[in-house]
Design a protein around this ligand. Structure first.
Ligand code: FDP
Length: 330
């Protein structure tokens, strides 16, 4: 049995070019995992812990904050700010980043509870994180320090609170998965080198937005839905968990395509998912597992961020399907 602590010590130190950075990564992932255990316990108590329902505020995206969004955000912010390796933290729930230790090595971005509309109905939610190098050591970190392309991420991952709690992450050498043993509160390694099959028969998309998509996306979904009788010559099945973390976890487990594409419903909001807190960390995991992640034209990891709460269209998963979407977008 390999625990998360064992894995991080052996694996990161083995592959370390820079031992300071490696130790910093190790301790940051450990901090996030520890908070993940606490969030998991709160979720298990659910309604009994009085954590369901609205907190009565809106976040920077103008969305109602759930009580547990706010609680998870505060838990992560507090734990990461106390970790000396952390120079700053940015959360999907907060307008601006929060500086931590100016001499720290890393910046951490997180979506404390992705898929929050699933909380009150007892469905899967998760914590997504992205870790970037801090390049202005000695100075107080500000929003601009976080504006680095996804390719610069040192690590990314998520904790999914489902029928069991699992942690998946990458430090740029493949994807590993751990399961939480509730009897010891330890994450235990269950899979190394997670890989996504290039071919799939499963897709995930919010079909109710069909009429708002651009023509190439409608054409792509029409092709899938035509099944054996259409140009693709095979039947596809659809699954939509409604929490990106759940849909990405399924893709890492058994392949598939996930998309939240460009949408013309609201001209001020042509995309839903956030580059820095959702798209970048998930894109790194997907690429590291052999899949692809794009906005339909450009690789997500190559998008130059202009502000920390920027939104992007997302198409990710099994490479043959992502390639087909790209091809249709010309
Ligand atoms: P949620 O709003 O519940 O937090 O990022 C937000 C997200 O969930 C994703 O996790 C999910 O894939 C998507 O939005 C679901 O949005 P729709 O309700 O528009 O389908």
């Amino acid at each position: 049995m390999t625990t998360l602590a064992d894995y991080l010590t052996n694996h990161l130190q083995q592959h370390a070019n820079d031992s300071v950075l490696s130790s910093a990564l190790q301790s940051t992932i450990q901090t996030i995992a520890e908070v993940g255990v606490d969030i998991s316990k709160l979720l298990q108590r659910g309604a009994l812990a009085d954590i369901h329902g609205e907190a009565g505020n809106q976040n920077v995206q103008g969305e109602e904050q759930k009580k547990l969004d706010v609680i998870s955000n505060d838990m992560l912010l507090d734990a990461l700010s106390k970790n000396p390796v952390c120079a700053g933290v940015a959360s999907e729930e907060l307008d601006d980043s929060t500086p931590a230790n100016a001499n720290g090595e890393l910046l951490v971005l997180f979506d404390p509870l992705d898929g929050s509309s699933n909380i009150d109905i007892n469905m899967s939610v998760g914590t997504i994180f992205s870790i970037l190098p801090y390049k202005n050591k000695g100075q107080t970190a500000c929003n601009e320090d976080f504006l680095q392309k996804g390719r610069e991420q040192l690590a990314s991952g998520y904790v999914i609170y489902g029928t069991s709690t699992m942690l998946a992450f990458t430090t740029g050498q493949g994807v590993v998965m751990f399961a939480l043993d509730p009897s010891s509160d330890e994450f235990v390694l269950i899979e190394e080198n997670v890989t996504i099959d290039p071919s799939t028969k499963e897709y995930a998309i919010n079909m109710s937005n069909y009429r708002h998509w651009l023509a190439p996306m409608r054409q792509y979904i029409d092709e899938l839905n035509a099944g054996e009788t259409g140009v693709r010559g095979k039947n596809f099945n659809m699954r939509w968990i409604g929490a990106m973390v759940g849909d990405v976890h399924r893709i890492l487990c058994r392949g598939g395509l996930f998309s939240y594409p460009t949408d013309t419903k609201d001209p001020k909001k042509p995309a839903k998912l956030r580059l820095m807190y959702e798209a970048n960390p998930m894109a790194l995991l997907i690429e590291q597992a052999g899949g692809l992640a794009t906005d339909a034209i450009t690789d997500i990891l190559d998008i130059e961020p202009t502000e920390i709460h920027q939104r992007v269209p997302v198409v990710l998963g099994s490479s043959e399907e992502v390639e087909r979407v790209r091809e249709l977008h010309g």
